[in-house]
Design a binder for this molecule. Sequence first.
Ligand SMILES: [Zn+2]
Length: 143
Amino acid sequence: MAAGRCFFCEALHNPHDDETNFVLHRAAHNFVILNRYPYISGHLMIAPNQHLAELDAAAKEVTDEMMDLAKRCQSALREVYQPNGFNLGMNLGQAAGAGVAEHFHMHLMPRWSGDTNFMSTVGDTRVLPEDLATTFRKLKSKF
Ligand SMILES: [Zn+2]
C-alpha cells in the first residue's frame, strides 16, 4: 500500500481533521490516535510520523519518544478511566495480527477486572460502552 493511502499517514497529513480522525496528540516523531475499532473504550495507538513497517527500522529518538508517549497515555487513561490494568504492545506483520502492517504502531488499552464479559463480540460488531467522540473529548483534555 502506498504511503498516501495508509490510514496512519492519511490522519497524520490532515491536521485540520484531527477531531474527526481522533488524533489526540502530535509530538515531534509520533502521534497518538484513537483506535476506530477498539477492543475496549480508551484503546489508543501511538504511531511514528514516518511510514515504517518495522520497529527495528525506526531511529532511537522515534522509539524513545514512543515509550515516553506510552507513559503519557497511561497517565491520561488512568486519570479518565481509573482502570485496574493496561495492555501495551505491538503486532508486527500481518501474520502477527497487525491491521495496518506497513505502518507499525503501539497499542495501549485500559483493562478492568472481568472486562472480558463486555468485550465479547457478536459477528463483526463489537459491543462498546462509549462512543468514540466521547472518548476523544475526555482524553483530549489530558494532552
Ligand atoms: Zn503510513
